[in-house]
Write a protein that binds this ligand. Structure first.
Ligand code: HEC
Length: 131
């Protein structure tokens, strides 16, 4: 190999390493207990706690634990593991198109901050694990 080719391959290698550095970081694994539950407790539990919360009484959804959240409402699950786009939990809190604004959650209050929406979305997309 002549020195020109050597230099070229060294440059390419360097570029490859740089590209690896600046690329998207893999999404950080989200923990249900540490990341998701505290958000639900502070923004949703006042209404979605069994047996007396207003949201629990009307919809059947309680958010005090993983099991309760995964059980969903009287109508069925609100979380489809791996599919935040189709999960009614995400659709409701994000106020996505097709959601009646009168049932956007949290009910009658300001929407959750974007970082919290992103945490819940990532948790669902990572498989909605009990972690
Ligand atoms: C101020 C009370 C209140 C708060 C806070 C609240 N909810 Fe609700 N939620 C309700 C009520 C009441 C219903 C029953 C449906 C309705 O009347 O809109 C409901 C229904 C729901 C439903 C079922 C909707 C359906 O289509 O059946 C989901 C899912 C839900 N809430 C999620 C949440 C989440 C997640 C949070 C926190 C980000 C939250 N709620 C915060 C009162 C509340």
């Amino acid at each position: 190999m002549n020195s020109c080719k050597l230099l070229a391959s060294a440059l390419l290698l360097g570029l490859g390493v740089l590209a690896g550095c600046s690329g998207e970081k893999p999404a950080k694994p989200v923990s249900f207990q540490k990341d998701v539950l505290p958000i639900l407790k502070s923004s949703c539990a006042e209404c979605h706690t069994a047996p007396n919360g207003e949201g629990y009484q009307k919809s059947g959804l309680a958010v005090g634990s993983y099991a309760e959240l995964m059980k969903g409402t009287k109508m069925g699950p609100v979380v489809i593991p791996g599919q935040s786009l189709n999960s009614s939990l995400n659709r409701l809190i994000e106020g996505r198109a097709g959601v009646d604004p009168s049932i956007q959650m949290p009910h009658g209050k300001v929407k959750l901050p974007a970082e919290q929406l992103a945490v819940i979305r990532a948790w669902v997309d990572q498989g909605a694990k009990d972690n």
